[in-house]
Write a protein that binds this ligand. Structure first.
Ligand code: ADP
Ligand code: MG
Length: 720
């Protein structure tokens, strides 16, 4: 029956609103919970402060005496804010944030004292054995250690269980293998910095500050009342609905919906923002998402490493705060079939303090030339390593989005916008050098016209688009850590810049700078121009053309994408740049593949059990009511169309048959390789899950509402 559903609706309707907090002044709360440079300066002796500041800026090693002084100041500050514990926070390969908590307490001569030394700040030993490591620790050493990433500040997390001082750390094996997502991110920034500096120096710059990448990630999410979620095992365990008929009008409700954000959601958003401001995260919530119940939050861009830590904190804060407000926050890429999914646009650029944003076309001829070189490097990178970009965003949940008509396709291409695309076309066909005087190209303002920052020129169907002064990687999934994509973007850029540096150096020996740049870019275009695409990425024609004419890879599933991590070209890329050793790369393949197989297995078993224990009983209950009614009517000499009962019976039988097929499929255990197992999940298990769902959703359309136990799409998406 539907008693629980009805009760849930009543509870939601009668819920007392959490009173909105009086808004705090931004200046008063900004970074209040962060042990940032200002707080260090206030609490540390001058010399110590200078030393830690230098470490933060240059990324050098922290000396032990400074570490001790910083640890003491950090502890005093944290305890003054009520923290009794500290935690080394790290980022395992699972997209999650992990923490190892310890008390400051230490007992000396029977007295409790608060202890926190430089050593404890700098290094921890989590019981990491429960984190997937892809075989690394079997081969090397059983445990790993965490170490403070000084470039990311410590902060205090307030939860219902008290406050904790959190220290962002790297997570390594004792033999130095990366076990997390932060180590390779830091290495990728270093590799990119090295290559970019080389190119800048060849372009004639004398003073070159360290080059870093920036990231601003737009996070989409759904909010569903927890009264509904608690009645849906699929939502609780898989983070998405495995059954559910799309509401008759689905997204056409948009216009009405956005007019009125439920007050509850506004109170929630304000709460989230305030916590993030206290953590020094410059976030802004937005309400303009496509689906009902869907929202977005985006911070102002920051250095990639810090942005990545902050992005993890945003996901954590969204989840925790939702609970507090009686919601469940779904970060899944496709919580509702037939309803727009959630992505995470990763806006990425590179730059430094001396030359500024290197992906900004700028105003001067010299800036234009520099921009074209860096943009050319990106084009080459996407063409050479597109499948790696696809692999970096591959997981079971994002597969639901990529390739559907709402999200970028599973084919990696670059959208440049018509103006920049034209410039590169001219470079390719030589018309720039021909048209200019003296046979020498003037990479001047006339070449790159001032960009109109017109939103209309944005191609929403591209997985990777230039948006005026940065690239936007749109194919990233809403539940994913941004580190993976950033590692790949930085690393492939490093590789391309190294290549360009080599080519430029050779050409500069023969001629002037403009000719050298033109020659190299022309080469880039003739080798890699095929990856540039400005048309409709959703169209059938593109899918055909991309593969058949342009030779680009279309990798629709994770099973197709992940094996690319084993390709020689990818191994070489990561080892020459020093970002991942072959062993580390192999371990990543193992971990990601295992997670893919595991998540499909969990979902398939859930489909099986929900079909048998929830959907089937509901169908039978209705069928029994219906048949006794039909029989009763016959006694009265009245008849009812018998087809209605037959239809329900047929669908129920189809449900049973497809569920049996799925059960048999899940039972298979013998696989020749991980790759084969992944393909089996993608090609056999998943379609069978869809088959079960099709019968169940058809039943939902005919079974009487008062027999249907699962909260419906209509209810979950519209009742707040
Ligand atoms: P959209 O129109 O796609 O919603 P916004 O202009 O709001 O985009 O910006 C989206 C994100 O891009 C924000 O996080 C913003 O800070 C970030 N962003 C802006 N400029 C840059 C840049 N140069 N490098 C990296 N990220 C940037
Ligand atoms: Mg965007």
């Amino acid at each position: 029956g539907n008693a629980a559903r009805v009760q849930a609706v009543q509870q939601i309707v009668n819920r007392e609103l959490m009173p909105p907090k009086a808004p705090s002044s931004l200046e008063a709360i900004w970074a209040e919970n962060v042990f940032d440079l200002a707080k260090m300066q206030a609490s540390l002796p001058k010399a110590t402060f200078k030393s830690i500041k230098k470490t933060i800026v240059t990324g050098q090693k922290l000396d032990p005496s400074t570490a001790d002084a910083v640890a003491t100041a950090m502890r005093d500050w944290a305890m003054s804010k009520g923290a009794l514990y500290y935690a080394h926070v790290f980022y395992p390969m699972t997209n999650m944030t992990a923490e190892k908590h310890d008390g400051f307490i230490s007992v000396q001569d029977g007295k409790a004292i608060a202890e926190f030394s430089g050593k404890l700040l700098m290094q921890g030993e989590p019981d990491g054995s429960s984190f997937p490591n892809g075989g690394i620790r079997d081969t090397f050493e059983a445990r790993g250690y965490t170490a403070w990433d000084v470039s990311s500040p410590a902060y205090i997390m307030d939860t219902d269980n008290g406050s904790t001082l959190c220290i962002p750390t790297v997570f390594l094996s004792w033999t130095g293998e990366a076990l997390d997502k932060k180590v390779p991110l830091l290495r990728s920034i270093e590799a990119m910095n090295k290559a970019a500096s080389k190119v800048l120096s060849l372009l004639g710059h004398k003073e070159i500050a360290p080059v870093n990448s920036s990231c601003g990630a737009e996070q989409e999410y759904f909010l569903i009342d927890s009264n509904f979620a608690s009645q849906r095992p699929d939502m609780l365990l898989a983070g998405r609905t495995l059954f559910g008929k799309a509401p008759a009008k689905g997204q056409q409700f948009d216009d009405h919906y956005f007019g009125a954000i439920p007050e509850r959601v506004q109170v929630f958003m304000q709460d989230v923002e305030e916590q993030l401001y206290k953590l020094g995260i410059p976030a802004k919530t937005r309400h303009n998402e496509v689906a009902p119940g869907q929202f977005e939050i985006a911070p102002i861009f920051e250095a990639a490493n810090v942005a990545s830590d902050h992005q993890q904190l945003i996901m954590t804060t969204l989840r925790h705060t939702a609970k507090k407000h009686g919601f469940i926050c779904l970060l899944h890429e496709k919580p509702f079939a037939g309803i727009n999914g959630s992505g995470k646009h990763v806006n990425w650029s590179v730059g430094n303090a001396t030359q500024g944003n290197l992906l900004d076309p700028g105003d001067s001829p010299h800036e234009n030339a520099q921009f074209l070189v860096f943009c050319g490097a990106v084009i080459r990178g996407v063409h050479k390593y597109g499948p790696l970009m696809r692999a970096a965003i591959a997981n079971a949940s994002n597969d639901h989005r990529l390739g559907a008509n709402e999200a970028p396709p599973a084919i990696m291409s670059v959208y440049l916008g018509s103006q920049i695309e034209q410039v590169f076309d001219q470079i390719k066909n030589g018309s720039i050098s021909e048209s200019s005087k003296k046979g020498v190209m003037d990479l001047g303002v006339s070449v790159v016209p001032p960009l109109t920052k017109d939103a209309g020129d944005r191609n929403r169907t591209s997985p990777f688009a230039f948006t005026g002064n940065r690239f936007e990687f749109r194919a990233v999934g809403s539940s994913q850590s941004v580190s993976g994509p950033l590692i790949v973007l930085n690393t492939m850029l490093a590789d391309s810049l190294e290549w360009i540096a080599g080519r430029l150096e050779a050409e500069l020996a023969n001629g002037d700078q403009n000719t050298a740049i033109l020659t190299v870019l022309k080469e880039v275009m003739s080798l890699h121009g095929a990856v540039i695409f400005g048309g409709n990425g959703y169209s059938e024609e593109w899918h055909k053309m991309a593969v058949e004419e342009r030779g680009l890879a279309n990798l629709p599933t994770t099973a197709d994408a992940l094996p690319w991590l084993k390709h020689d070209s990818i191994k070489t890329l990561f080892s020459t740049t020093g970002v991942l050793t072959p062993v580390e790369l192999e371990s990543r393949f193992e971990v990601y593949a295992e997670q893919y197989i595991l998540s499909i297995d969990v979902e398939a078993k859930l489909v099986e059990s929900m079909s048998k224990t929830i959907v089937y009983p509901a169908a039978v209950e209705y069928l029994s009511k219906l048949s006794s009614t039909i029989r009763g009517l016959v006694d009265l000499g009245v008849s009812l169309e018998k087809d209605s009962a037959k239809k329900v019976a047929d669908l129920t039988n189809a449900l049973v048959a497809s569920t049996d097929k799925l059960s048999a499929a899940i039972a298979k255990e013998d696989f020749g390789s991980t790759e084969e197992h992944m393909q089996y999940c993608a090609g056999t298990v998943r379609p069978l899950m869809d088959e079960v769902r099709a019968s169940a959703d058809a039943l939902e359309a005919v079974v009487a509402d008062d027999c249907w136990p699962l909260p419906t799409y209509q209810e979950m998406l519209f009742i707040k």
